[in-house]
Ligand binder design. Structure first.
Ligand SMILES: Nc1ncnc2c1ncn2[C@@H]1O[C@H](COP(=O)(O)OP(=O)(O)OP(=O)(O)O)[C@@H](O)[C@H]1O
Ligand SMILES: [Mg+2]
Length: 351
C-alpha cells in the first residue's frame, strides 16, 4: 500500500478507530483531532508500516464481524443489498498471511495416551550400544532418556555397573529421583559435590567432573569404585565437549574411560557429531556408531512475550523462517517498538 493509499484509507475511518490504532503508538493521541491523528499515524508508520497496516486490517475485520450475524460467516454470505462502500485497495498478501495468535497456540496440550512404541533410531541405538560406543545426536525432546534407561537396565541385568553423568548438580538430582522411581531406590546412588548417597548402587549418577576425578584416581591406582565391573557410561548433554572451560573434563573422561565399558554420548546440539564419533573410533577399542536425525518430534514455535504480559507469535508463519528475520509478525514488531519507546532514554532515535 502506498502512503497516499494508506492516508486515504485512514481518512475513511471514524476517529474512534484511529484512536484505537494510535494506542501504544502515539503519545497522548487523545488530544489530537482527526487530521493530526492521521499525520501522526503516518509519521509513526515510517518505522513500522506493516504493523500499522495489519492492525488497521484487524480492526476493520473485527468491526465487520460485529456488524454481521454469526451464521452468515459460516455459510456463503447472502447477497449484499447495502450501498457499496468505495473499493478498498487490497492489502499485500504477506500482511494478510500473518498467523493469528489462536492458530499459533492451536494443538498445544497433553496428547491422548497411546501405547509406547520405540522409534527406529531408539531401537538402533539400543542394539548398537550393547556392542560398541554410541553417539546419539537427535533434536531435543526426541526421547534420548528412553535409550539411556533401557541401556542401563540391560547392563544391570547383565550384572554390570552403570554411570550416568550430567553437567549440572540440579540435573543429576532430577535424574536421581527419576531413576530411583524407575529402578528402585536401592539400585541407584548419587555422587555430586553436595551429595553422596548409596555409592555402592549398580547405577550411579554423578556430575561429569566427579567421574573424571574418579577415573584420575583409578589411573593412579586409588580405585574407590568398582570400575572393573563398569559396563556402561552415559554422558548426557555431551555437547559440553565443546565448552571452552569445561570441555576438557568430557575429553579426559572419554580418554580415561575403561575399555570394557561402553560409552553412550547423548546430545541435541552437537554440530559435528561425525567428527566426535570418528575421534572415539580412533582412541577406543571398537568403532563408534553414530545415530542421528534432525526431525523434530515436537515442532518449535517462536513467540514474543512482552513485559506487559501480551503474547504474540514472533514470526508471520507458524514455523520458524530460519535465515529470514524480515518475517517478523507485525504485532511483535509493534510490541518491540512500544517497548523501545518506553525503555530507551528520551532523545535516542529508534531504528
Ligand atoms: N518413541 C516414543 N514415542 C512417543 N513418545 C516418546 C518416545 N520416546 C520418548 N518419548 C517421550 O518424549 C518426551 C521427551 O523425551 P526425553 O526427555 O527423553 O527427550 P530428550 O531427547 O532427552 O530431550 P532433551 O534434549 O530435552 O534432553 C518424554 O515425555 C518421553 O516419554
Ligand atoms: Mg534429555
Amino acid at each position: 500500500m502506498t502512503t497516499d493509499e494508506l492516508e486515504q484509507r485512514l481518512a475513511q475511518q471514524p476517529v474512534a478507530l484511529l484512536h484505537r490504532l494510535a494506542r501504544g503508538r502515539i503519545h497522548r493521541h487523545f488530544r489530537a483531532g482527526k487530521r493530526r491523528l492521521i499525520e501522526l499515524l503516518l509519521q509513526h508508520s515510517s518505522h513500522n508500516r506493516a504493523g500499522l497496516e495489519s492492525d488497521l486490517q484487524a480492526l476493520l475485520e473485527a468491526r465487520h464481524a460485529r456488524s454481521e450475524p454469526g451464521e452468515h460467516r459460516l455459510h456463503s454470505p447472502p447477497p449484499d443489498t447495502r450501498k457499496k462502500a468505495p473499493q478498498q485497495p487490497p492489502l499485500p498478501a504477506t500482511i494478510e498471511s500473518a498467523v493469528s495468535l489462536a492458530s499459533w497456540l492451536e494443538g498445544i496440550g497433553v496428547p491422548a495416551p497411546q501405547p509406547f512404541v520405540p522409534d527406529p533410531w531408539q531401537t538402533e541405538a539400543l542394539s548398537a550400544v550393547s556392542e560398541t560406543d554410541v553417539v546419539i545426536s537427535v533434536p531435543t525432546g526426541s526421547g534420548k532418556t528412553y535409550v539411556a534407561v533401557e541401556a542401563a537396565r540391560r547392563a544391570m541385568e547383565d550384572n554390570r555397573t552403570v554411570i550416568y553423568t550430567s553437567p549440572l548438580k540440579a540435573l543429576s538430582n532430577t535424574k536421581y529421583t527419576e531413576f530411583s522411581r524407575l529402578f528402585g531406590s536401592d539400585k541407584v546412588g548419587i555422587l555430586t559435590g553436595d551429595r553422596q548417597e548409596n555409592g555402592q548402587a549398580p547405577l550411579l549418577i554423578m556430575t561429569t567432573e566427579i567421574l573424571r576425578n574418579l577415573l584420575y584416581d583409578a589411573a593412579s591406582g586409588e580405585i574407590d569404585i568398582r570400575l572393573d565391573t563398569l559396563g556402561l557410561v552415559i554422558l548426557d548433554e555431551s555437547q559440553y565437549l565443546a565448552d571452552p572451560e569445561r570441555g576438557v573434563v568430557w575429553e579426559e573422561t572419554i580418554i580415561f574411560c575403561p575399555s570394557q565399558a561402553k560409552l553412550l554420548l547423548l546430545s541435541a546440539s552437537i554440530g559435528n557429531p561425525q567428527d566426535i564419533a570418528d575421534w572415539l573410533t580412533s582412541i577406543r577399542p571398537t568403532a563408534c556408531r553414530l545415530v542421528r536425525h534432525s526431525k523434530r518430534t515436537v515442532p518449535l514455535r517462536a513467540g514474543y512475550l512482552h513485559p506487559n504480559g501480551k503474547l504474540t507469535p514472533l514470526f508471520r508463519s507458524l514455523g520458524i523462517p530460519y535465515g529470514h528475520p524480515a518475517q517478523l509478525h507485525p504485532e511483535a514488531k509493534r510490541l518491540f517498538l512500544e517497548y523501545e519507546e518506553e525503555t530507551l532514554p528520551s532523545g535516542r532515535s529508534r531504528r
